[in-house]
Design a binder for this molecule. Structure first.
Ligand SMILES: C[S@@+](CC[C@H](N)C(=O)[O-])C[C@H]1O[C@@H](n2cnc3c(N)ncnc32)[C@H](O)[C@@H]1O
Length: 218
């Protein structure tokens, strides 16, 4: 993915659905939430907005914002998640942005991944600390894919949110394993409305992850 910096978001729901034509039209029963960016990020003062179809996964919001401000974006999700990939196509049409949609399963090496040379890999809510073994494997696979993309595109960065719900240190272990380093960009709670923060446990950070060149030399 190739992205630029978005302004701070605000959300309201549900706005009037925007009808789209053709096979990817959104059903009138679908709930849509509208998120405003730029200005004071309100309904009355904003540069643009993104409409999100709420299906519980794969909302693609960060990539849509990047596309809206001019980045060349490839949105990816699990190759087996046909419904999620379909949702992502609909949401691009709904927001009139032209992103490529690619089925890409973490830790699997299908042909298209070898052609990806992103400057910025964006992740949102793709991992959080847990002791569940399946999720540990998912994160290991996620870091395998991220490490491959960073190596395939020198100078690239992985920017993602990191929600530490459990207080465990899985991310530190995986970063050492894959030869990565992490720097904190900001504390999620510092930009979150208090009413939203009150319902969340642990801490949320926006972090930048890159190859740790010192480690790969040793
Ligand atoms: C909590 S959602 C966040 C989605 C999106 N970033 C957002 O902010 O709305 C986590 C996403 O990771 C995807 N995912 C989970 N396991 C995956 C895997 N093994 N390979 C690729 N994607 C996966 C899910 O399909 C889901 O869309």
């Amino acid at each position: 993915m190739d992205a630029a910096s978005p302004a701070s978001p605000s959300a309201s729901s549900p706005p009037p659905p925007s009808p789209t034509a053709g096979a990817s039209a959104v059903s009138p029963m679908t709930t849509i939430s509208r998120h405003y960016f730029g200005g004071d990020s309100s309904e009355d003062d904003h540069d643009f907005y993104i409409d999100i179809i709420e299906l519980g996964a794969g909302t693609s919001l960060p990539g849509l914002v990047a596309a809206k401000v001019g980045a060349n974006v490839i949105l990816t999700d699990n190759a087996e998640g046909v419904e999620v990939l379909k949702n992502m196509r609909q949401i691009c049409n709904l927001n009139k942005v032209n992103c490529n949609i690619l089925g890409l399963t973490w830790g699997q090496w299908d042909a298209p991944i070898f052609d990806l040379h992103p400057q910025i890999v964006l992740g949102a809510d793709v991992f959080y600390d847990t002791t569940d073994q399946n999720v540990v494997e998912d994160f290991d696979n996620l870091f395998a894919t991220v490490t491959f993309l960073l190596q395939n595109s020198p100078g690239s960065v992985f920017i993602t949110t990191y929600h530490n719900r459990s207080g465990h240190h899985l991310i530190e272990f995986l970063m050492a394993k894959w030869g990565l380093k992490c720097s904190k960009l900001l504390d999620g709670f510092s930009i979150m409305p208090p009413c939203k923060a009150a319902s969340l446990q642990g801490n949320i950070q926006l972090v930048e992850i890159t190859l740790d060149n010192q480690k790969s030399k040793s």
